[in-house]
Write a protein that binds this ligand. Structure first.
Ligand SMILES: [Mn+2]
Length: 290
């Protein structure tokens, strides 16, 4: 039996579709919302099973991966996030270069060029490295579908969306499908609500509703494309705020000061006590150019 664990965003889906077009997707498939990274905990392989992992950080699943490797399972890992310490016996296809996404690594591994890898580049905000600008909207919409607090927020379960992409065989056919239209309409409705929110005290405050949880990632990305920032978008969770931060550099490190984390240009804080927003904004304002 084969086990798949893959991220529920565009890159994870496009990686699986490429694999599926060549080898099929039979087996147990484990996925979730984009933020659901620790997927290996949900695997339950038996002797002789094979494990394939796509677009989730090995560092974040290190303990489980090491245990499976020690038990002798055949594990193949495709990813471009932090790998952490090397694990003996694990087949790692990991490259953290800023111009690749997991779907590009899968494409290379399979030895068959695929437009799905181009879709994934757009989904991961790496349009600069794609040769197919006409696939940008699809990449962004597949990525948008992965955002939410839990699966109930999503228009499509990521595994259902992955199967619809696989059935279409190529992105151009998927662009003609009802599923694509549903994503496009859902996104347009969400972003029009987001566009009505005005910045106050230097940040955007969204209500804790499913549309806001879905669209916050794309909203942050778009605002960040317009100016240097850092930019702050908060979701009001009652006593705490869920913070998304974007900028040109030092963002993950800034978030870490407040119990969050991230990369150089994107980061977040899951539960910032409301009493700390002034401190956070002082820090952000000191990094904004006048
Ligand atoms: Mn990715």
């Amino acid at each position: 039996m084969r086990w798949f664990a893959y991220n529920g965003d565009a890159d994870g889906i496009c990686s699986m579709v490429q694999w599926g077009l060549i080898h099929g997707i039979d087996g147990h498939r484990i996925t979730g919302v984009k933020r659901d990274i620790e997927l290996l905990k949900r695997l339950n392989p038996r002797e002789g099973d094979e494990i394939i992992v796509m677009d989730i950080s090995l560092a974040r699943n290190h303990e489980e991966a090491k245990e499976f490797a020690n038990l002798g399972f055949d594990i193949t890992w495709f990813d471009h996030h932090l790998a952490g310490e090397k694990i003996e016996g694990l087949n790692a296809n990991i490259d953290t270069s800023s111009n690749v996404c997991t779907a590009k690594l899968v494409e290379k591994f399979l030895g068959k060029s695929s437009d799905w890898a181009e879709v994934a580049l757009h989904g991961d905000g790496l349009s600069l490295h794609s040769t197919k600008p006409e696939l940008k909207e699809l990449g962004e919409l597949l990525n948008y579908n992965g955002y939410g607090a839990d699966l109930g927020d999503l228009h499509f379960h990521p595994d259902e969306l992955m199967q619809l992409c696989l059935e279409a065989k190529n992105p151009q056919t998927f662009l003609q499908s009802p599923a694509f239209r549903a994503l496009k309409e859902g996104f347009e409705s969400d972003i029009s609500k987001a566009n009505q929110i005005e910045k106050k005290d230097g940040y955007f405050l969204l209500p804790n509703e499913s549309w806001a949880r879905r669209v916050v990632g794309v909203m942050a990305h778009r605002i960040n494309e317009e100016s240097e920032g850092p930019h702050v978008i908060a979701i009001d969770k009652g006593n705490t705020l869920q913070i998304s931060l974007r900028g040109r550099n030092g963002i993950g490190e800034l978030c870490a000061k407040f119990g969050g984390g991230g990369r150089a240009t994107a980061g977040g804080i899951d539960n910032l006590p409301k009493s700390e927003i002034t401190d956070l904004m002082n820090e952000v304002n000191s990094r904004r150019s006048a």
